[in-house]
Design a binder for this molecule. Structure first.
Ligand code: NI
Ligand code: MN
Length: 225
């Protein structure tokens, strides 16, 4: 699997020839000013919840790419009213797509759409394929249900928020990686706003102490998982 980071909680994963984009918030993110969303043409867009810092570029990217939006029923319904394609899911549900399966798992956070309408509950995802398996937590606090992921899946890595204030910080993210059963974390949801600025050196020190690998990719770069 190839993983490309577009800043904040937005990344694109290539699995089995398909491109899956997560939580696009690029054109409004000054740290991602060098990314041209006109060049992003995924097959699917997965959305963890309805907050603007996860959905602001969905409409343009979905229209130009004809991508299908996979999210909770409330979020996909909101975008379907704009004429976009959606695949609704809810907690505990799994579906086989042409790249692999997606299981929707719970997240402890909040959710509303950019116009203030009801956004359902926030979610995380486990993407499982013969190319690898990873967990994207979305925006969430640490919670005990993460332990169920370890029972069901053998993860290559976990994409976890580490910016604190609105989500887990690094200490809880390190615990979360134990709960879900991986030692490799890709950190997201940090540095975009003053409330979530992190000290990268301290983050790496804490990870070293816990015998974990925390990867913080530069925006616009790709890594192989
Ligand atoms: Ni949020
Ligand atoms: Mn957020």
């Amino acid at each position: 699997m190839d993983f490309t980071y577009y800043g904040h909680s937005c990344f694109l994963v290539k699995v089995n020839g398909k491109e899956i984009l997560f939580d696009p918030f690029i054109s409004e993110n000054p740290l991602a000013a060098h990314i041209d969303i006109g060049n992003i043409n995924p097959d699917y867009i997965l959305l963890s919840h309805g907050h603007g810092d996860h959905v602001s570029d969905v409409e343009q990217i979905a229209r130009q790419s004809d991508a299908s939006i996979i999210s909770t029923f409330e979020v996909t319904s909101w975008f379907e009213k704009k004429g976009l394609k959606g695949h609704p899911m809810n907690y505990g549900g799994k579906w086989s797509f042409d790249f692999g399966t997606v299981k929707m798992v719970n997240a402890v956070h909040s959710s509303s759409m950019p116009d203030g309408s009801y956004g359902g509950n926030p979610a995380g995802f486990v993407v499982d394929s013969d190319n690898g398996t990873f967990y994207y937590a979305g925006d969430t606090a640490l919670h005990q249900d993460m332990k169920q992921i370890r029972e069901e899946f053998n993860l290559s890595c976990a994409v976890l928020p580490i910016g604190d204030n609105f989500t887990m910080g690094i200490e809880d993210a390190l615990k979360a990686s134990d709960y879900v059963g991986t030692d490799t974390i890709i950190g997201v949801h940090y540095d975009t706003f003053p409330y979530i600025e992190i000290e990268k050196e301290k983050t790496q020190e804490l990870a070293d102490k816990a015998n974990k690998k925390v990867i913080l990719p530069e925006i616009g770069t790709s890594i192989n998982l």
